[in-house]
Write a protein that binds this ligand. Structure first.
Ligand code: KG4
Ligand code: ZN
Length: 343
């Protein structure tokens, strides 16, 4: 405690960002240090797990020191330690978990293990102090695409999810074949601004009627086929048009599924979460669709959309506050059930 505030020190290391944050009373970010490894992995065109683990190990202590210094607190002031326990790259997760456990052991402060996607959803609580469950969450990241009914701070029901690729994964793959670089999402977002979304029509996959599931592997193959056809015919491809057509097709499906979920559940609040939630077209299409239906839209600032420890601190606070307890025997998991927070 400091100044009567309950302080959570949180760690996130599930992929290629080493992040440590201090969050007051679950909602106020005192510091949120993010050390990104993007440059290290860029040359490989994707995250190399072993290299990610090594960099987490090299960075985590200095990121921790910076987080405490920026929040102007010491370990003595901390009340709770939060950490991502999964899902993610197992070696990467273990660095954050081992560090969090070491701090918990030496200080005697309680530790709380967080599901990475509960963290992404919680980023909305940091951005919007008035937001409380229930609401619908669209979680779209490099590894996940799900529509979730957030019934309580720790009560989640998956209404639909991708049956193959995650949206971010499809963005990254399409960007790679277009030669745009890595990570692909922001680059396709940018390239699309100069393209015509109607120049090339990629097939939208809606699956069964009333299904809230997604499938993005077809559209990814559609782009690959289009590119090889054009190449075989010796026709120069307009990368901006391909990017814009691809993004339009993906976002149309996502927005229509989320609106269907709102209709099916009657929820009047929707929150966006995960790296792809930073996409500018998704934001504007969701705004328009929600406005039309009288639905309130919540979305974190872009920096809170991508992996960061503040969102983990918020989720850890609400787990602890609602009586969930972990101990130093806690493990990290590459796969973790979102509804039960168990492997
Ligand atoms: O949530 P996140 O940082 O990491 C995971 O938990 O996966 O999401 C990373 C994903 C990457 O696939 C990246 O390309 C995508 O988010 N992304 C975007 C944008 N910014 C990041 N996708 C589309 N448009 C963006 N502006
Ligand atoms: Zn993430």
């Amino acid at each position: 405690m400091k100044n009567d505030q309950f302080l959570t020190l949180a760690f996130e290391s599930s992929c290629d960002e080493t992040s440590v944050a201090v969050v007051a009373d679950g909602r106020k970010v005192l510091s949120n240090i993010i050390s990104s490894q993007i440059k290290v992995h860029q040359v490989f065109g994707g995250v190399v797990p072993e290299i990610a683990s090594r960099h987490h190990l090299e960075n985590v202590n200095s990121v921790l020191e910076q987080a405490l210094a920026e929040a102007d607190v010491t370990l003595d002031d901390i009340d709770l330690i939060g950490v991502t326990k999964g899902p993610g790259l197992i070696g990467a997760l273990l660095i954050g978990l081992a560090t969090a456990k070491a701090v918990s052991y030496t200080t005697g402060k309680p530790i709380s293990g967080v599901h990475h996607l509960h963290g992404h959803i919680s980023a909305n609580y940091l951005q919007h102090p008035e937001l409380e469950p229930p609401f619908l969450a669209l979680v779209i990241s490099g590894g996940h695409t799900s529509i979730i009914d957030v019934k309580g701070y720790n009560e989640f029901e998956i209404l639909g999810q991708t049956r193959d690729d995650a949206a971010g994964e499809a963005f990254d793959k399409v960007a790679r074949v277009l030669g745009l670089g890595y990570p692909g999402g922001p680059l396709i977002d940018k390239a699309s601004k100069n393209g015509d979304p109607n120049a090339i029509e990629f097939k939208r996959v809606f699956l069964e009627k009333d299904s809230l599931d997604f499938s993005f592997s077809g559209i990814k193959t559609g782009v690959l086929n289009y590119l090889s056809n054009q190449k075989n015919r010796g026709i120069q491809v307009n990368a901006a048009d391909v990017a814009a057509g691809f993004q339009q097709a993906v976002m149309e499906v996502i927005v229509s599924k989320v609106m269907l979920a709102a209709k099916q559940t009657g929820r009047k609040k929707i929150a966006l979460a995960g790296g792809v939630a930073a996409n500018s077209q998704l934001r504007s299409m969701m705004e328009e669709a929600c406005k039309k239906r009288g639905i309130e839209l919540f979305r974190p600032a872009p920096i809170l959309c991508t992996d960061n420890a503040a969102m983990i601190g918020c989720a850890a606070y609400y787990r602890y506050k609602e009586g969930f307890r972990d101990d130093l025997h806690m493990d990290a998991y590459a796969n973790l059930n979102l509804e039960t927070c168990e492997p």
